[in-house]
Design a protein. Structure first.
Length: 388
């Protein structure tokens, strides 16, 4: 009996070490709870619609790259992505859609203009990625951060980025640098507790930062919900009201997450477990096993289980992601998706941008019915990109 008790204690210690090492303590209990509560009652007489979205923390200067490296990184996308995407189509006849969340401090050397050309060819859209902190010599506060956002909107608008909604307000999607939304990782990476209110006030329609393997990861996982900001404390998005069918928004900003969970792998050193955080890179490529996991554990809105959302993230400008996004690994990913999950009878595959994903979520929330392809521009219209 003592032997079994000792072995059990050792196992618990090993699991605890693994949880802390993998930073799972921020979400593991929510994951276990949701896993056992998860019930999926599919309409077996209708196909499953899979919305597939890649959001890219697109930083040409990643790793303090020089100007030549930045240019080379853009060259790679301009040359190779159209060749890759043009060979693939979803159920609606659209090629793969990539959403470049582009930081304003890299708006130089015609980087933004070159991405606009890719968007004009129908291969994706541009949204906002932003790094800032409260550390000298250029510390941000609420006022300076809001001014930078408004200046960015004005600057990007010269290319037609950030389209206007029916009220005439420019709208944008957001990813926070270093996964530090709403001061969730302290002054070094943000420093602003009322950030969610500022984003909502300046026209942000949704945040696409998560999942994260840092302490910034919200307790709410594998769901879409509205965060209500408490301007006096950080990480207000830790809780919120889930998006529901036939309901109204209840909060300041929609949080659109990707799948976070645990996959079984053949590695004894990790106790046969791997963290699935919807990241794509050369070291974590989009294999068939991962794709099947994404589909099986895709996010859906309660009472709408036949509409599934897969949101992946990456750092596409970095060479460490090039093969996974532009090479054979990407070719295999799109081919497998189209062959396995786009037969029209059991599955219908839809390549969507971040904006289109948001629009379709809103159609479900408002109770709209019809073909999903008709709702890609439901609330936020398609940008009309401009070459300067």
């Amino acid at each position: 009996m003592k032997i079994y008790t000792g072995a059990f204690i050792i196992l618990l210690v090993l699991i605890s070490i693994l949880i802390i090492k993998k930073r799972m303590q921020y979400w593991i209990f929510s994951y276990l709870s949701s896993y056992f509560k998860r019930r999926t009652y599919l309409d077996i007489f209708s196909p499953i619609d899979i919305l597939f979205c890649i959001v890219d923390h697109f930083e040409p200067g990643y790793g303090e790259a020089d100007s030549e490296t930045e240019k080379r990184r853009l060259d790679l996308w301009v040359e190779r992505y159209p060749l890759l995407a043009s060979k693939h189509r979803d159920y609606d006849g659209k090629p793969p859609q990539h959403t470049w969340f582009f930081p304003p401090h890299y708006d130089k050397q015609n980087h933004l203009e070159r991405l606009v050309r890719l968007c004009q060819q129908g291969y994706g859209e541009i949204e906002l990625h932003f790094h800032h902190n409260r550390i000298p010599p250029y510390p941000d506060n609420s006022q300076t951060f809001e001014k930078k956002i408004r200046d960015c909107i004005k600057s990007y608008s010269r290319f037609g980025i950030f389209p206007e909604d029916k009220t005439g307000k420019n709208r944008y999607g957001f990813i926070h640098g270093d996964w530090a939304l709403d001061n969730s990782r302290g002054n070094k990476f943000c420093g602003i507790n009322d950030e969610i209110q500022i984003l909502a006030r300046t026209g942000c329609y949704a945040d696409f930062t998560f999942p994260s393997q840092y302490k910034s990861q919200p307790r709410k996982i594998n769901t879409f919900y509205y965060a209500k900001d408490d301007p006096l404390r950080p990480k207000s998005y830790d809780t919120g009201q889930n998006v529901k069918v036939d309901s109204k928004a209840d909060g300041d900003l929609m949080i659109i997450q990707g799948t976070l969970g645990i996959r079984l792998v053949k590695r004894i050193q990790s106790l046969f477990m791997a963290i699935e955080d919807s990241d794509i890179s050369n070291s974590n490529p989009p294999t068939r096993n991962r794709i099947d996991f994404w589909v099986k554990h895709s996010i859906f809105i309660e009472n709408k289980p036949n509409i599934r959302f897969i949101k992946l993230h990456t750092h596409g400008a970095w060479e460490g992601c090039a093969e996974a996004l532009l090479g054979k690994a990407a070719e295999d990913m799109y081919s497998y998706l189209e062959n396995r999950y786009n037969d029209g009878k059991n599955f219908r595959l839809h390549y969507v941008t971040a904006r289109e994903m948001y629009n379709i979520i809103k159609t479900i929330e408002t109770g709209k019915k019809g073909s999903l392809s008709d709702f890609r521009d439901f609330m936020i219209p398609k940008p009309e990109y401009i070459n300067l």
